[in-house]
Design a protein around this ligand. Structure first.
Ligand SMILES: C[S@@+](CC[C@H](N)C(=O)[O-])C[C@H]1O[C@@H](n2cnc3c(N)ncnc32)[C@H](O)[C@@H]1O
Length: 223
């Protein structure tokens, strides 16, 4: 599932993952993150998702990132506001109002770019990655996000595991990937009529060990 694979998907318009409406789980659970409207939200592997429009309509600043430049083009073409493009190393940045749409591999984003992010919205991002890449992705997010940053994560498991995305990601795997660095809360587990299990999680970036403690307190803890 490299850049070529996804560029083919976009070129062939093989976009079964794209939802014509705003995601229901996003609308139902977003308030659980308790963000202020001006919060900055990162949408990794964003495609041309209408969920970004919804997040913008809530007053948020949005940073979307997708490896396919066509995703960026397709999203921007449906929005009237003027766009300004800049280039940063391998990334093509499009600035449009409160949106920054980055075309490029998210692993090429500088952690500093995401340091001010208050929340992540992951729909069809983790589950679009093969198992080995999921581990790197989860670590990347943990390294970039500040303590207290939240994440709304939506996963799915089909009765038959597939060789191509979307991949099955269980609640156990979510815990394996994130529990070291995030506090996890499962908000939903629902089996659809077609047997697909949909799960929604709320994550909160933990304070790294020893962070923010006064030396005296740290000393006391050792005694
Ligand atoms: C299954 S789609 C989901 C898109 C979007 N989240 C949605 O809900 O419609 C996965 C997207 O991730 C993008 N992608 C895959 N690997 C990526 C990477 N390493 N960095 C950035 N984007 C990536 C693909 O181009 C594709 O648009």
């Amino acid at each position: 599932m490299d850049k070529d694979y996804w560029e083919d998907v976009w070129r062939n318009e093989d976009l079964g993952f794209h939802q014509p409406e705003v995601n229901q789980h996003l609308q139902r659970f977003w308030q659980r993150l308790q963000l202020v409207p001006t919060s900055r939200v990162f949408v990794p592997l964003c495609g041309k998702s209408l969920d970004m429009d919804w997040l913008l309509s809530e007053g948020h600043e949005v940073i979307g990132a997708d490896i396919a430049e066509k995703a960026q083009e397709d999203y921007l073409v449906t929005h009237d506001e003027p766009v300004r493009f800049t280039q940063e190393n391998k990334l093509k940045l499009a600035w449009q109002g409160r949106l920054l749409f980055v075309a490029g591999d998210i692993m090429h984003l500088e952690p500093d770019m995401l340091r001010s992010v208050d929340a992540v919205y992951d729909r069809a991002a983790l589950i679009a990655l093969p198992r080995a890449a999921r581990q790197n992705y989860a670590l990347f997010l943990a390294n970039c996000l500040k303590p207290g940053a939240k994440m709304l994560l939506i996963t799915r498991q089909a009765p038959q595991e597939q060789l191509m995305p979307p991949f099955n990601v269980s609640a156990e795997e979510v815990a394996e990937l994130y529990a070291t660095n995030f506090i996890l809360e499962q908000l939903l587990s629902k089996t659809r009529q077609d047997g697909v299990i949909e799960e929604v999680f709320l994550l909160k970036r933990k304070q790294p060990a020893g962070w923010g403690r006064l030396p005296r307190e740290a000393g006391e803890a050792q005694n």
